[in-house]
Design a protein around this ligand. Sequence first.
Ligand code: S3P
Length: 165
Amino acid sequence: MSPVVVLVGAPGSGKSTIAALLAERLKATHRDTDADIEARAGKPISEIFVDEGEPHFRELERAAIVEALKDDGEVLSLGGGAILDPATRADLAGHTVVFLDVSLGEASKRVGLSVARPLLLGNVRTQLRNLMEARRPLYTEVAKLTVLTDSKTPDEIADEILEHL
Ligand code: S3P
């Protein structure tokens, strides 16, 4: 009737890594809605954004989430913007949702935004900061548990989540 756990968080929060680890520990399947969308569309998300635009991507994302929430026993990771849709936030209310929280500095490192070229990367970093600030209340709204991931290993993060399941 529902996934064991649903991971949400900003790009670079470690959703896919932690979901894969949790699935291994729980002997469950890891499902990622971004991967489902790419498989169905037959192209990477970056191309969907360029060819069809973000609103179309959000429709595909919404459909993928509705499908994924029907399946039993999976560890589910969602794209960073999944919680923007109020219908998705409402659907997540009945599920065990974990918000993987991360600082801007750590997220920037994990998505490959080096601080070595601040002039080139300043805009991207500012965008990531704005996006994280705007979404924070939405992540906390849907989350049953928030785990700060900075300075923790994937194993430590997985342990912390498993203690709460
Ligand atoms: C998005 C995050 C991406 C992906 C898409 C949009 C976002 O997933 O769903 O590019 O709006 O934050 P990750 O959070 O796994 O990077």
